[in-house]
Design a protein around this ligand. Structure first.
Ligand code: LLP
Length: 419
């Protein structure tokens, strides 16, 4: 392989000696490739960044729900947060026990709530009406309420989940009403939770939100846990030297705050967090094939098989993902040029990377999209009746195993009923 541009994956030996071109040939593209060693390393980093003894990390499975991925996370001693019956099912299948699953519901139907109650998992509700519904279904039960701490953060307005103008959480002003409903149905509020948004590198808003959440916690006597949510940011611009969140610095602040609150609350209290991206983003690279290179006027395009049905983030949030190029052919070029990397979906917005300065790209090149382990496959779709990709895992010993088959054409017709 003529490695043209693989500085980032080389820097942490992502492919562990495996050749991405051979992976692409063997399994086809588009292909999500995960690295077990990196998943485990990320789990360990996030588990130990706070020293407070009763600190539980729930991996937020929406970032990557593959069962093999969840099994690795489980074996590292993390618990899990789920947001749908499907995620509860996946977590159970991966071996999580009901009390290791925290179901964070949002506007759920009666059936869905009943499913979670029957599954025996911990449940959080995020409106007074849903608390009332829970009370009717499970009087005398234990419940957690998601509060809006009044502060938000995140890489895009679409993923800011705290503060004004978001649908999430119960506003702190409604604490008296929460208490009334708890009393009416003899419910025990065992936890409160929050999530202020996804991908913050600066931790100021997060630290502020913890203080606000503690103010709410002081108004309830029976809490066994306080869940501060996820959102811990990773760097998507490693080539430019951008750093992810400074966990060491945040850990020190949190340890101080958590111990202080625990002392004041006067009971043993568990603190939880729910990172999704931190655990999974850097553990995945998405491989695609360049099928055509062309000009439209002065603009050059590299056409690949990575449409936004495969990776939605660039189109949905204007997200940046680093791109590497792996070349099998003998073509040599020292040139770097501005190029827009696009997919194969019938929409002109189907752009993976806009006007990026990259080494010259040729037909037949394999591209690697970096940091694709979070919200990659989990947001993939069959739009344009395209097949969702396969997923493989590089095990710690270097073996590569298939952990999800590519869709087949028959899958596309499976649930359709012809006239
Ligand atoms: N907890 C709750 C309640 C959440 O809603 C989320 C993410 C998380 C935890 C995990 O957040 P993380 O640590 O992964 O940032 N699709 C978007 C991200 C959406 C996040 C939604 N909620 C993206 O690709 O950037």
């Amino acid at each position: 392989m003529q490695k043209v541009y693989s500085k980032v994956t080389d820097s942490f030996n992502f492919f562990q000696g495996k050749n991405p071109i051979e992976l692409a040939e063997k399994y086809g593209t588009p292909l999500y490739v995960y690295n077990e060693r990196v998943i485990r390393q990320k789990c360990r980093e996030i588990k130990k960044f706070v020293k407070y003894p009763k600190f539980v990390v729930d991996y937020s499975s929406k970032a990557n729900t593959n069962i093999a991925f969840l099994q690795i996370v489980k074996s590292e001693g993390l618990e899990v947060d789920a947001v749908s019956p499907g995620e509860i099912l996946a977590a159970k299948k991966a071996g999580f026990k009901p009390d290791e699953i925290f179901y964070i519901s949002n506007n759920v139907s009666k059936d869905e709530m009943q499913y979670a109650i029957d599954a025996g998992v911990k449940i959080s509700v995020d409106s007074l009406e849903q608390l009332e519904q829970y009370g009717q279904f499970n009087p005398g039960g234990e419940i957690s309420v998601r509060f809006n701490p009044g502060v938000g953060a995140g890489h895009n307005i679409k993923v800011v989940t705290g503060g004004k103008k978001t649908k999430f959480g119960v506003n702190h002003e409604y604490v008296p009403q929460v208490k009334e409903i708890l009393k009416k149905y003899n419910l025990k509020l065992i936890g409160i939770n929050q999530h202020i948004g996804s991908l913050f590198i600066d931790d100021k808003a997060f630290v502020k939100s913890i203080g606000n959440l503690f103010d709410i916690a002081r108004q309830f006597d029976d809490l066994t846990f306080i869940d501060m949510g996820g959102g811990f940011g990773v760097s998507y611009k490693k080539e430019e030297g951008q750093m992810g969140i400074d966990l060491e610095k945040l850990g020190k602040v949190m340890d101080e705050e958590l111990s202080k609150f625990a002392k004041e609350y006067g009971k043993e209290i568990i603190f939880r967090i729910e990172p999704g991206r931190y655990v999974s983003a850097e553990a995945g690279v998405l491989l695609g094939t360049v099928h055509a290179v062309k000009y439209n006027g002065p603009d050059k395009f590299a056409g690949t098989d990575i449409g936004f049905n495969v990776l939605q983030r660039p189109v949905m949030y204007d997200s940046y993902h680093g791109i590497e190029i792996y070349r099998k052919s003998d073509v040599k070029s020292e040139k770097k040029e501005l190029i827009t990397v696009v997919g194969n979906v019938c929409e002109s917005g189907d752009m993976l990377a806009k006007e990026r300065m990259l080494p010259e790209i040729f037909k037949g090149d394999i591209i690697g999209v970096l940091d694709a382990g979070a919200y990659g496959y989990s947001m993939a779709s069959n739009y344009n009746n395209r097949l969702r990709p396969a997923e493989v895992l590089i095990r710690e010993n270097g073996d590569v195993v298939l952990i999800r088959e590519r869709d087949t054409l028959d899958d596309l017709l499976r649930h359709q009923i012809s006239l």
